[in-house]
Design a protein around this ligand. Structure first.
Ligand SMILES: CC(C)(COP(=O)(O)OP(=O)(O)OC[C@H]1O[C@@H](n2cnc3c(N)ncnc32)[C@H](O)[C@@H]1OP(=O)(O)O)[C@@H](O)C(=O)NCCC(=O)NCCS
Length: 200
């Protein structure tokens, strides 16, 4: 079933406004516009980005585009989780900068959840975020343990103590170096969230 049809059932006012959600592989005319939208947010080579987008298919991974009046204004990608068969991972969620804060992100996520539930028969949607927890919490996502889309265990993020430097020197008069600065970049603040999809 086309997602725009599913949306029509649930978000009639949005459809009246000319908004649709499409699987990208069925509407390849949006490929380069979608690539630009994502690359405006997360810089990456166009070739690599297009390669990733071109892997979209009917099962997983699937890239969904939010289109308004023929323009791509949003994107997200549904990725398989090898260790959890009836779930997927949502990534690269993005809404065009000038349209943020107007409810489009909610529409896109809701359309994606409908697609997961009805077309893909999935029960749970996972994601990870660094800074957008509030947005996902509003949509019913709750914090959960890390999951991996690479088929291996993801350890819980833990603040590491800065390593002590042992100075081994024959010159006992040499000044002791100052402690190493705490390296924030080594500490991931990414959180994982999930939502159980309730059948409608
Ligand atoms: C995150 C993003 C997709 C949200 O899309 P959006 O269209 O701006 O969000 P919406 O307008 O649909 O917001 C839905 C609700 O969430 C709230 N919300 C949005 N962003 C929020 C945030 N960062 N913190 C708390 N609440 C937030 C809105 O106020 C709104 O609440 P309301 O229904 O009570 O009014 C968009 O801001 C974006 O593209 N950001 C840059 C890329 C990014 O960070 N993606 C997420 C990667 S994990």
């Amino acid at each position: 079933m086309l997602i725009s049809t599913i949306l029509r059932r649930h978000i009639e006012t949005d459809v009246q406004m000319g908004i649709s959600i499409f699987p990208l592989h069925k509407h390849k005319q949006y490929l380069s516009e979608c690539c630009k939208l994502i690359n405006d947010e997360w810089k990456r080579s166009e070739t690599a980005r297009l390669h990733s987008l071109e892997s979209s298919c009917d099962s997983l991974p699937t890239s969904l585009v939010l289109v308004e009046d023929g323009r791509v204004i949003g994107h997200l990608k549904l990725t398989p989780i090898p260790s959890i068969k009836d779930a997927c991972f949502v990534e690269s969620v993005v809404i065009a900068r000038h349209l943020r804060g107007q409810g489009y992100g909610r529409i896109l996520m809701r359309g994606a959840e409908d697609h997961c539930r009805t077309a893909l028969q999935l029960r749970t949607v996972y994601l990870s975020t660094k800074g957008q927890e509030g947005f996902y919490a509003k949509l019913g996502y709750v914090l959960c343990k890390p999951v991996s889309i690479y088929g291996c265990f993801v350890p819980e993020t833990k603040k590491e103590e800065p390593k002590r430097v042992v100075v081994q020197s024959l010159n006992v008069d040499a000044p002791v170096p100052p402690p190493l600065p705490h390296c924030e970049r080594l500490v991931s603040r990414k959180v994982f969230m999930k939502k159980e999809l309730i059948s409608r």
